[in-house]
Design a protein around this ligand. Structure first.
Ligand code: GLN
Length: 453
């Protein structure tokens, strides 16, 4: 723990952490030593972790990287982090993210962007760490934590894992409780772990997951010992390769990475077959209607009365206070999402946009159900590109949204999906492969991922 705290101090330039909590970390580490002595330790006891600053941590400021929540200190602990502390894990601090988890580059943080610890060969420009969980990914990649927590609404665990060369898992919807996690789009938000290996990831998820009566969408199913799935044996497995994921603008090095992944699986005795997910092309447009719609509703609670920031207007009334607070508290990307969401939910447009997007979502879910009728898991690239330079896509929201083309489908369908490092780009930057599984079959996802790593 002390070594990690020192490393965090030395790597402030990455901006991965918003807050280090050394006193709390050292107290938890002492308690972990005691558990080791008592014989009550678990695999997580004493493991120093970074926590995305979207998870409420009791008595420790939680900002969602927004000006809106400045000064907010939660009086309660999220279920996922409480599960980790119950197993004896140690919190090193809270990590940077895109404001309210909206973004794919961690440049939409009120506290400035995260820098990717990786640089391209012969090029000193700073690269994005991916988003929205860029701080949690950079912390693990730069050895500033052994593991970390993230949330994935449209790719925010898997895409930053891919861009920083680490392992990130979005489990099945309902596996990890959302209670105490600042809400972005409730039907799409999935807490999950980052780590440097698939085995560490399996151990972390087993600690984070589990039924929680405080989250009405939490699922009451036993949590398997994921680690025991890592047998290395995938002989006879059928792995699907969705033909619709061959997108027009896909760089050759991403296609090559994908083919290499297929070869590795064949070498391990699996059969690789082409499958069709026919509604894939509608996933991104449906996502960018449903996610902002839910966000506009969730973010209505920031009214200047209950949490964080309050801006008042001299001589003004309640509505002026709302307007001034929300105008000053939310950054440009969050305001854009609220406007899109409010528009697609408005009386005249609800049927044309929101309802249509929900129908598309059902079709996408059915595509996955049909594919999983004859394959055990799917293999795809995680992202259409490696880490891009800071600022490269900041002025073009559509280019930024296109980063999520391979990841949003698993959120819409609620199925588990893992990203693992699988090679380097021509510039020497990490690239990830994605393994997608059936609902509640994280074990197969880990088993296949373990063979690929
Ligand atoms: N990049 C996507 C978005 O901006 C996904 C973000 C996320 O998964 N939190 O909405």
């Amino acid at each position: 723990t002390q070594a990690h705290l020192d490393a965090i101090d030395g790597a402030a330039a990455l901006n991965a952490y918003l807050l280090a909590t050394p006193d709390r970390a050292l107290a938890q580490a002492d308690a972990a030593d005691q558990r080791l002595a008592d014989g009550t330790a678990t695999a997580m006891t004493g493991i120093p972790l970074a926590i995305k600053d979207l998870f409420c941590t009791q008595g420790v400021a939680t900002t969602a990287a927004s000006h809106m929540l400045e000064g907010f200190v939660p009086p309660y602990e999220s279920t996922v982090t409480a599960n980790l502390w119950a197993d004896g894990a140690v919190m090193l601090g809270k990590t940077n993210l895109d404001e309210f988890a909206m973004g794919s580059s961690n440049e939409h943080s009120y506290f400035g962007p995260v820098k990717n610890p990786w640089r391209a060969r012969g090029d000193n420009t700073d690269r994005v760490a991916g988003g929205s969980s860029g701080g949690s990914a950079a912390a693990v990649a730069a050895r500033l934590a052994l593991g970390s927590t993230g949330t994935d609404t449209g790719g925010s665990i898997r895409q930053p894992a891919s861009l920083t060369g680490i392992v990130g898992m979005k489990p099945t919807y309902g596996r990890c409780s959302r209670w105490g996690v600042v809400a972005f789009a409730s039907s799409l938000d999935h807490p999950g772990p980052f780590s440097r290996t698939v085995r560490d990831n399996a151990i972390l998820l087993a600690s984070m997951a589990g039924y929680d009566a405080k989250d009405s969408t939490s699922v009451d199913r036993p949590v398997p010992a994921y680690e025991s799935a890592l047998t290395g044996d995938i002989k006879g497995f059928r792995i699907g390769v969705p033909k619709e994921y061959v997108v027009d603008a896909m760089p050759e090095e991403i296609s090559a990475l994908w083919r290499r992944g297929m070869d590795w699986l064949r070498d391990a005795g699996a059969e690789v077959v082409e499958v069709s997910l026919p509604h894939t092309q509608y996933a991104l447009p449906a996502y960018y209607i449903i996610a902002p719609a839910e966000a506009s509703s969730n973010l209505a609670r920031y009214d200047g009365v209950r949490y964080g920031l309050r801006e008042t207007v001299e001589g003004g009334g309640l509505a002026d206070m709302y307007e001034a607070t929300r105008g000053a508290g939310f950054g440009p990307e969050v305001q854009r999402r609220i406007m899109i969401g409010t528009y697609v939910l408005s009386a005249g447009y609800y049927d044309a946009y929101y309802l249509k997007a929900q129908k598309v979502r059902t079709l996408i879910k059915r595509d996955f159900d049909a594919a999983f009728g004859h394959v055990d898991a799917l293999l795809t690239p995680t992202a259409p590109n490696a880490a891009f330079p800071l600022g490269a896509k900041l002025d073009d929201p559509l280019a930024m949204y296109l980063n999520d083309v391979f990841t949003v489908t698993a959120n819409l369908a609620g199925v588990p999906a893992l990203s693992l490092p699988a090679g380097l780009s021509s510039e020497g930057l990490p690239l990830g492969l994605q393994v997608i599984g059936k609902a509640f079959d994280e074990e197969t996802v880990y088993k296949v991922g373990h063979v690929l790593e």
